[in-house]
Write a protein that binds this ligand. Sequence first.
Ligand SMILES: NC(=O)C1=CN([C@@H]2O[C@H](COP(=O)(O)OP(=O)(O)OC[C@H]3O[C@@H](n4cnc5c(N)ncnc54)[C@H](OP(=O)(O)O)[C@@H]3O)[C@@H](O)[C@H]2O)C=CC1
Ligand SMILES: CC(C)CCC[C@@H](C)[C@H]1CC[C@H]2C3=C(CC[C@]12C)[C@@]1(C)CCC(=O)[C@@H](C)[C@@H]1CC3
Length: 365
Amino acid sequence: MTSNHTIEAVRIPEVKTGGSVRADCSVLNERMGKVVLVTGANSGVGLALCQRLLSEDAQLQLCLACRNEQRAAAARQSLLSSHPKAHVSLVRLDVSSMRSVLRATEEIRQRYSRLDYLYLNAGIMPSPQVDFRALYKGLFSGKAIHMFSTGEGLLTQKDSVTSDGLQQVFATNLFGHFLLVRELEPLLCQPGHSSQLIWTSSSNARRSAFSLDDLQHKQGAEPYSSSKYASDLLSLALNRRYNSQGLYSSVICPGLVMTNLTYGILPSFFWSLIMPIMWLIRIFTNTFTLTPYNGAEALFWLFMQKPESLDPMLKYHSLTSGLGNNYTQTRKMDIDDATSAALYEKLLEMEKTVRRKLNDEDEEH
Ligand SMILES: NC(=O)C1=CN([C@@H]2O[C@H](COP(=O)(O)OP(=O)(O)OC[C@H]3O[C@@H](n4cnc5c(N)ncnc54)[C@H](OP(=O)(O)O)[C@@H]3O)[C@@H](O)[C@H]2O)C=CC1
Ligand SMILES: CC(C)CCC[C@@H](C)[C@H]1CC[C@H]2C3=C(CC[C@]12C)[C@@]1(C)CCC(=O)[C@@H](C)[C@@H]1CC3
């Protein structure tokens, strides 16, 4: 990781007109009625992002794409209780099921004529196992900070297979989102408009966990790291493919955040117990953002950027200082065009196979 840049979150500029203060119209008009779709919006970082977006822009058309109707309705209710006039709609989407992606995107295409932001945030880390021996060794290795900010060498997961015959982690964290983007292309690539794809990746993404010969990570024990590295590569490929049509893709890492995902690693009472230690570690790494609000910092920061100004080789990290101040910092990703293009080709091939399989199944019934 090289070239770090710290960036403060910017707010809509205000201008004084005849004694009254109003928001700069040129900026505001650009944002009015923007359509934002967030996957995995019913909890954690996704829900915190939605709260922050509505506090920034009351005119947003926000669509929460979630797999569980009850949890989605509860999230919508909590957003409406703090923003009663907000436009918040729901769409049922299980990103790990390709049939669900096709059904949801059909509905989204009927509902909206364009999409300004697509947050690809839903993600899983099933049955995580912590290697406590590696943790103990890491403490005295001189690489403790790196270990705490990336979790490198500390975690393995147990994967399973979906009804489409795909690896669950790959299908959820990457492939379902890839198909989502492909299906929503007409809404994202509108002449005269620019749109943003924003992936919730991770600093746990590691080149050595990923292989072009085993895209789905069937053979390893780190499907999470592999899927997040694949999302970094895919984001670059999407930029190469779609920038000329006004579509821009970026990746972020929210830092270590206390959410359902981390409560799957260690129980919530244990995290609460070691909270003072984590505040202490935060002083040295700033990557322990800990709350969903803090973790959503980079997602929120990107919302306010001109996408043309973003560098496709950088990852945007949410960071929180020892004093609790949030900021976004960029770090260069360990990715290259050749691997990214090769992954993209393989995903297109896989897409064809999946579509063929679904068509065959439809014909059989
Ligand atoms: N927490 C952390 O420390 C870090 C998290 N991240 C990433 O942040 C993202 C958000 O996770 P986080 O907020 O932490 O955890 P949460 O578990 O709180 O949020 C994950 C969200 O994804 C949804 N989701 C999972 N599987 C599917 C699916 N098949 N279809 C649709 N939605 C699905 C969940 O829905 P449901 O409620 O139905 O399960 C939930 O809303 C993930 O991509 C994660 O990898 C990255 C780095 C660190
Ligand atoms: C005293 C301690 C803080 C003990 C906790 C040890 C480990 C369980 C954590 C140390 C670093 C953590 C970490 C993650 C999970 C939990 C740890 C390994 C992540 C891998 C979670 C998901 C992500 O995407 C990463 C950004 C996290 C990196 C740090």
